[in-house]
Design a protein around this ligand. Structure first.
Ligand SMILES: [Zn+2]
Length: 268
């Protein structure tokens, strides 16, 4: 879990918020199911379907974008979250732990098929900020391999467990093509385990361009997601993946905590 105790970063970094996929983008799963059904009935069996083409994401320089992110999975409760996101046509970003990917590859495939973004959160939830380069490379390489085996995707983002980073980690992530993604909103859901607390904390802290950190390994958090999405959508928010929040331009090795961080985005 991403406890706040290990690393106290600057206020901006501590406050990271994750954004979920936008209202604009869902729909792959239903269409995909129909397509798969049609293909099953047709004369030639299909290849494994790629995610369906998504509508273009919103322009987050103008739209009220927020990125919902979920760490530490996949776990049994991830399945319930995927149902919630699909019903609302919202895309999210999953920072997965390699050993959990190896245990639940089906859930990672489901995340991928629904159009969510999948990213690296180390293999054993290691404190990478205190690790040697050798240990960092081992943690990240094993996770990248597990995700690739499960879903065909090679992630381009890492969320260091506990938000713990270092110059060494910046160097290795730059070499490996991974941007470091932190967060702006942290409801401390790993600690409170209270659905209403999680709802309230996220709704009070969310702002355009923020990245919201939650954990899909806790059912108390998963059950907060419907109200969070519905309330933010009513306020005009659009839910995007982390890559979409930054217009697809993240630089390996750099740290990102909200839209106006990391590399200049050309905003005022
Ligand atoms: Zn974590």
């Amino acid at each position: 879990m991403d406890g706040p105790n290990l690393v106290r970063r600057g206020a901006a970094a501590v406050l990271a918020v994750a954004v979920c996929g936008g209202l604009s983008t869902l729909g792959p799963s239903a269409r995909q199911v129909e397509l798969a059904a049609a293909q099953r009935n047709g004369p030639s069996p299909p290849e494994t379907p790629a995610p369906p083409p998504a509508p273009p994401p919103p322009d987050c320089a103008r739209a009220k974008c927020v990125a919902l992110t979920f760490d530490d999975g996949p776990a049994a409760s991830t399945s319930e979250l995927l149902d919630i996101l699909a019903a609302r046509r919202v895309k999210a970003t999953f920072f997965v732990i390699g050993k959990n990917v190896a245990e639940h590859p089906d859930l990672v495939r489901r995340e991928r098929a629904a159009g969510h973004e999948i990213a690296d959160h180390s293999y054993t939830h290691a404190n990478l900020g205190r690790a040697s380069k050798k240990k960092i490379r081992s943690e990240l390489t094993r996770t990248q391999d597990a995700i690739r085996r499960a879903s065909g995707v090679t992630p381009t983002m890492l969320r260091p467990p506990y938000g713990s980073t270092s110059k060494r980690l910046a160097e290795v992530t730059r070499e490996m093509g991974l941007a470091q993604v932190l967060w702006t909103v942290d409801p401390q859901d790993w600690d409170s385990r209270d659905t209403q607390d999680v709802e309230r904390r996220v709704l009070e802290a969310a702002k355009p361009g923020y990245i919201v950190l939650m954990h899909d390994i806790h059912r108390t958090t998963v059950r907060a997601v419907p109200k969070i999405i519905d309330r933010l959508a009513a306020q005009g928010y659009e839910f995007v993946t982390v890559s979409e929040l930054f217009g697809g331009r993240l630089t390996p090795g750099k740290e990102y905590v909200q839209r106006n961080s990391g590399e200049p985005q050309g905003l005022p």
